[in-house]
Design a protein around this ligand. Structure first.
Ligand SMILES: CC(C)(COP(=O)(O)OP(=O)(O)OC[C@H]1O[C@@H](n2cnc3c(N)ncnc32)[C@H](O)[C@@H]1OP(=O)(O)O)[C@@H](O)C(=O)NCCC(=O)NCCS
Length: 346
């Protein structure tokens, strides 16, 4: 296998990266043959990537010619000393990147132009607060006519996920332990991505879990529906609307979980923590069919070891009936203190 082939990304993933990127970059050629490089807001609709442009200008000049549109995401820097105490050579960066090659086409049909603009709005202003864009709405008719919309068919798309696939299991074990110990903001997610890209790497000690379950260091937006499903019926959430449960999950400083072998979310737990002094554990739940097998214990161990929690001297939580579960981690009932706890209920 050539080294490059280690890092190939599935076409769907490459398209998803282009579609999700807040900004993509266009490299094309202008009318005088000059190179054109632009940052764009783009959307993907029905196998095409679209962006808008002024009717006159270098972006529009590139229409009718070959171009490349790219997006990338830095995942983690991996310092040389992870692999070698002396030589700088192994220093690297893990990243995702995707490129689409093709000819740029002008879109003339007003209905499609309006649809592209509407999808751009949904991507960049998801909260709404505007009338939906349609080509025959008098508020938009002129704007839709006046703006240039450019599309590229996503027929030639490739991507690269450089996540350590060229390294053996021992080195990858070092990478995973290093990322977890370093604990910079993107590092828990990097642990999950490196493991997913290298499924044969043995589970490191800090991620050990009961057979059939796989701990996750950083759940994300795609996990929200399943996490809300696990949490919505629990006693402390009975009065909490589902959308507020979701917001709480996604804005936590730590959000860990576990999946079964089919990839379904079977446990979730989160914490608010400053990484140094105070942390609070919240919304810890294991799917009922998985309870009593040690998964809750593995999940809470991971949460207490999370970079935003592990250095905290005070870790709090509230529970109605799981005191003995948490005592196993060293939690004690109500700590004696010179000052009293106060609560503002809203
Ligand atoms: C509490 C919960 C997270 C524990 O997860 P779990 O996977 O069932 O727990 P484990 O199998 O890892 O159990 C670890 C130990 O805690 C004990 N334990 C589990 N649930 C307990 C509970 N609710 N109360 C007291 N002890 C409990 C187990 O008996 C086990 O003891 P052992 O190590 O001596 O055998 C899970 O039962 C759950 O999701 N419950 C509903 C939601 C909930 O109450 N969450 C906690 C809110 S603060």
């Amino acid at each position: 296998m050539r080294k490059q082939e280690f890092f190939g990304m599935a076409r769907d993933e490459a398209v998803a990266l282009l579609a999700a990127a807040p900004v993509v970059r266009l490299a094309g050629v202008g009318e005088r043959g000059q190179p054109v490089l632009r940052s764009l807001h783009a959307v993907v609709i029905d196998g095409w990537l679209y962006f808008h442009a002024a009717p006159v200008g270098e972006k529009s000049e590139a229409v009718g010619r070959e171009a490349v549109i790219a997006a990338d995401e830095a995942i983690a820097t991996i310092p040389s000393h992870v692999f070698d105490p002396e030589r700088a050579c192994p220093a690297t960066t893990y990243y995702l990147s995707a490129q689409a090659h093709g000819t740029l086409h002008a879109v003339d049909e007003p209905a499609l132009k309006a649809r592209v603009l509407q999808v751009l709005m949904e991507k960049h202003q998801p909260e709404g607060g505007y009338a939906p864009i349609t080509a025959d709405d008098p508020r938009y008719r002129g704007a839709v006519k006046g703006i240039a919309i450019v599309g590229m068919p996503l027929t030639q798309v490739d991507g690269k996920a450089k996540l350590g696939q060229n390294r053996g299991p021992d080195d990858l074990g070092k990478v995973l332990r290093f990322l977890w110990a370093r604990g910079e903001p993107g590092d828990p997610r990097a642990v999950d991505l490196v493991r997913a890209a290298n499924p044969d790497v043995p589970t490191p000690e800090f991620l050990s879990a009961p057979a059939g379950a796989r701990l996750q260091c950083a759940l994300g937006p795609a996990d929200l529906p399943a996490a809300v499903e696990l949490l919505a019926g629990e006693y402390w959430n009975v009065d909490v609307p589902r959308d507020r449960i979701a917001v709480g999950q996604s804005r936590s400083s730590a959000w860990v979980g576990a999946r079964d072998e089919a990839g379904r979310l079977i446990a979730t737990g989160r914490a608010l923590g400053d990484g140094a002094r105070w942390a609070y554990l919240l919304d810890i739940a294991v799917a009922s069919s998985w309870r009593g097998r040690g998964l809750g214990k593995a999940l809470v161990r991971l949460l207490l070891d999370h970079p935003q929690v592990r250095g905290c001297r005070h870790v709090g939580l509230r529970t109605r009936d799981a005191q003995s579960f948490y005592r196993g981690f060293g939690f004690r009932d109500g700590v004696e203190s010179k000052s009293a706890e106060m609560v503002l209920q809203r």
